[in-house]
Each structure stands twice: as C-alpha cells, then as structure tokens.
Design a protein around this ligand. Structure first.
Ligand code: XUL
Length: 528
C-alpha cells in the first residue's frame, strides 16, 4: 500500500496542500486556494483585512478554518486518496496569533461533521481578528519588552531575536494593554501553525521550536518558555500558551470530523506544525549547516541552517529552531512580491515575462540608479513610515525602475545578512519570482554566489509533508535520517545553475556602499 503523507501550508494569501508518496518519492497532488478569491465574504486584500491604519494588518481566523474545510472538500472531489493518508502536517505564516476563550478546547473535542468548522468554532474567539506578521503597530511594546529584558543584545541572545513589531510577544502585550478584559477572557493563544494543527487534531496542539522562536517568548537555547520574557509581556501568560514540542511530533489521530466528512483515514496521525520558513528549510532540502536559500514570496526571506545558536547582536536577523533539531537563521523583508507587483502596476508592465525583459534590458548597476521600495513599513531596515525613495533614478523610466527594485531588494539582503557570517557555496532560489532568469542573474551577481532553482513551487507545504513523514516514521519505531527522507523530493532543476558574472559582481561590490548610504539618508529623512 502506498504510504501517503499530507502537508498543508496556511500562508498570508493562500492555503496550499501537497500529498507525497514516500515510496515512489513523488508529489502526487498539489493544490492551492487563494483566500481573496475563494472566500470573498471575508473581504480581504491579499489575505489581509483593509485597515485605515497602514501599520495594522489583521486577518479573520475563521477564514483560515473555512479554507481548511474547502481544501479538503476539493481534494475529496478530485479523488485524492484521503483514506490512505498516514499523517498530516503543516506550516503557517509565522508570528500571527489567534485568541480563544475557555470554550475552545471543548469545541475542538466535539467537532460536529454535520456543521462547517466555522460553525463549530462559533463563540470561541476572544479577539475578533488575528494580528499578522505584516503588522508593525507595536513599536511601543517592543521598546518596553526590550528594556525589561536588558536591551537588544540580551533580548536576541535569550529569545533568538531582538523584539520585532510582528513578533507575537509584543502583539500580545498590545492586546493586553488595549483590551485588558478580552485578554483576561483569553484562555489559549495559538499561532497560525498551532491553531490549524489544533483543528486537525481535535485538541489544543503544541507549538514547535521554529514558530515558538518567533514570539520573543521562548528561550532559544533551552527551548522552553522564558519566564522573564513572559513577565515582561503580559500577566498570566504562561497559562494561556500551548506546550512546546518538536515539529512533526505526533499529537494523536486526526479528529473524527475530517474522517467522517471527507473520508480522511481515521488512523492518520495529526502532527505538530511549524512556521512556513522552517518548513521551507526541509522542503528545499537544506539539512546541512551552511546551506542557504532565498525565498521570493509575499515576504522575501534569506535563510539557512546553522549548527550552533549564534544570534545577531545588532538585532536585525533571527534565529529559529529548525525542524532538524539544529537552528536556522533568517532575515525577513516585508516589501517582497507585493512591492514588485506595485512597480509592475505603476509602469503598466503586462506580465512577469515582460518585467524580466525590462530588467535584462538595463546594465548591472542600473547606471547608479537606486530605489528604496518601502511601499509598506519595512522590517529590515526598520522603517515605520512607508515611502518610495529614488536616488539618481528617473521616475519615468520603466526599465530602470523595474531593475532598480530588484537590485535594491538583493543589495538589502546582502547588506543585512552579513551578521550570519556565512559565505554560501550556492543559494537555492524559491518562490514565485524565482522562475525569472533575469532576476536570478541579478541575485547571483549581487550575492556573488551560484544560484540554483529548485523545482518546488510549494516548498513550505512539501517541507511540512516531509516533517510529518519524519514524525510518522519515528512513531512507527524507525529512526529516519533527514538526508534520506528529503532525497529525490527537492532537486535543483537540471542545468538551472546561474553563475555570477565577474564584471557585474565588481559593480555591485561598489554600488553596495552607495546603497548603504542611500538607506542611511532615507532613514534620517524619515526620522526628522
Ligand atoms: C518570517 C516572516 C514571514 C512570514 C511569511 O519571520 O515574518 O516570512 O513567515 O509568511
């Protein structure tokens, strides 16, 4: 009998599913459901509820639950062999949090398959909407927690990161300060990953060390809740948080809700979910320390595996637990694909092929033209006031502006990842924009490194499936090896290697200095 494993990824804009066959080592089903299009009743834009305050980014948690019903219904309709699934795992956009009252645990235990999930969850939320990773409205709370923990360096060395606006601790503190009664009525705070896993398991699911590290609440080395951080955040917090566990650890059989309603194997094991970035580490096969990847998605991220926990003293980057038991480093840029899309829209570029052609039509270095594309507030460098800044760049020149945004994104990545002190031999590129060769050439030249394209559009969902497979094999008494487990699933596309061009590398080495000055100028202007 085929050994099938399901991996889900609940991201900002969509819910994706990947089913893998462990024996043939093939992905046998890939699905995606876009929240704006499939669930228009929630009125989200790119998965987010429009808000007058540009710093506030929230989503309705009911939408994520309803998407789970929908994607299972679609898989059933398409004849996916749900009855043969042995384990279900998943990943979620990181940092986003869901607040439930004391009815949550009961509701999970008694999910009625004659009612949709959303009906089953009616009355369990103690906070209407969930703050997301894109939210940057907690600068004040970040400062308060950081101060109590002894400054940037100490906060980072204890929790893996300095306090960040999108991290769950500062978000919880803001909720406690602004809605103390609702905070008091909250019995459970889950992240997107542990919320979705709880629905599947029919009980409150643990939070893994990857997503747990995105809260400014977990001791990054001991991998337990840090009491000083909890105290600095909000009173009584310990009792509201789920336990911590390794990603992929089995929770128990899936809730009978999914078996009865969609024909999911009732013995399939629900496993602990992780964040989308830690899952991508596995989906891309980055199991050896020193391997790095750039993901060009809603957020652009640069991440890699690391053996020893080494945190960023300057506080720009993060250390999370990796599903392999090692650590991972990550730098996250908010103005990723949505910013590229904005430029495409502004210049009326009809599609990404055309965009790539325009990028390739200009010389490396763009004749010194630089753009800081902060359409939204930015995480790295910290920018609270959005705005586009151009330096020696003609606003009317479409090609120059298309090239400028990607060069800026890559130069920012290079500049702000220096703390990782890794010089990767090669970088794996993934995410939507990684199909564009012109963009990848810019990546190779700016990073001065070989770039390989990986043939997985859904690296997080694939990683989630592999992590669940690891958990299932372990529960079956085997001792699975990561190297063997990921082999065959995430191969670089043959002949996809892009080598840096020596001349262009020299140009960017020089231009990086100008880029750094432009960033300082713009940040000073914003601060005035
Ligand atoms: C990582 C981060 C984003 C989200 C995107 O720290 O905030 O990459 O995980 O879903």
């Amino acid at each position: 009998m085929a050994r099938l494993i399901l991996g889900l990824d609940s991201s900002t804009q969509s819910l994706s599913a990947v089913v893998i066959d462990l024996d043939t080592r093939k992905v046998i089903c890939e699905k995606s459901l876009n929240f704006d299009r499939a669930l228009p009743q929630y009125k989200t834009q790119n998965g987010v509820i429009p808000n007058r305050d540009p710093l506030v980014k929230h989503s309705p948690p009911q939408m994520w639950a309803e998407a789970l019903d929908l994607i299972f219904a679609q898989m059933k309709k398409d004849g996916v062999a749900l009855g043969k699934i042995l384990a279900v795992g998943g990943s979620g956009q990181q940092h986003g949090s869901i607040y439930c009252n004391e009815r949550f645990a009961d509701a999970l235990q008694n999910l009625d398959s004659n009612q949709p999930l959303v009906e089953n969850l009616s009355g369990v939320f103690s906070r209407k909407n969930s703050p997301l990773w894109m939210d940057s409205s907690t600068a004040q709370e970040c400062a308060e927690i950081r101060k109590k923990l002894g400054g940037v360096k100490f906060t980072a060395s204890r929790t893996g990161s300095d306090t960040f606006e999108r991290f769950t601790g500062p978000q919880i503190r803001k909720f406690y300060k602004t809605e103390p009664v609702s905070y008091a009525n909250t019995s459970n705070i889950t992240l997107v990953s542990s919320f979705m896993a709880s629905l599947l398991a029919g009980k409150i699911a643990p939070l893994d060390f990857g997503d747990g590290a995105g809260m400014n609440l977990m001791d990054i080395r001991r991998k337990n809740w840090n009491h000083d951080a909890l105290k600095a955040t909000a009173p009584g917090l310990m009792n509201k948080l789920p336990p911590l566990a390794a990603a992929g650890q089995t929770i128990g059989p899936v809730s009978s809700y999914f078996a009865k309603k969609f024909g999911l194997n009732p013995e399939a094991l629900a496993t602990v979910w992780t964040g989308d970035n830690p899952a991508s580490v596995i989906g891309l096969g980055l199991i050896k320390p020193g391997q790095s990847a750039i993901s060009l998605g809603t957020s652009d991220t640069y991440f890699g595996t690391m053996e020893k926990c080494q945190t960023d003293e300057n506080g720009e980057g993060h250390v999370f637990g990796s599903p392999t038991g090692d650590y991972m480093t990550l730098v996250c840029f908010k103005n990723g694909s949505l910013a590229r899309e904005k430029i495409r829209e502004i210049y009326g570029v009809k599609d990404w092929k055309e965009f790539g052609k325009l990028v390739a039509s200009k010389k490396p270095g763009n004749d010194g033209g630089i753009m800081l594309p902060w359409f939204e507030s930015e995480i790295v460098p910290r920018v609270i006031k959005p705005g586009i800044h151009r330096f020696d760049l003609d606003e009317k020149n479409a090609a120059a502006n298309c090239r400028a945004i990607f060069e800026a994104q890559m130069m920012s990545m290079r500049l702000h990842s220096q703390w990782m002190q890794v010089s990767p031999e090669k970088i794996f590129a993934t995410g939507g924009a990684s199909n564009d060769l012109a963009l990848l050439q810019v990546m190779a030249n700016v990073m001065n490194c070989r770039v390989l394209r990986i043939e997985v559009s859904k690296s997080a969902a694939l990683g989630a499936a592999l992590i669940a497979a690891h958990g299932w094999l372990t529960a079956a008494g085997e001792e699975p090896k990561w190297k063997k487990l990921v082999a065959g699933f995430s191969q670089p596309i043959p002949k996809s290697e892009i080598r840096p061009d020596r001349q262009a590398v020299k140009i960017y080495d020089k231009l990086l200095e100008k880029y750094a000055e432009c960033e300082c100028d713009a940040l000073e202007k914003i601060a005035d």
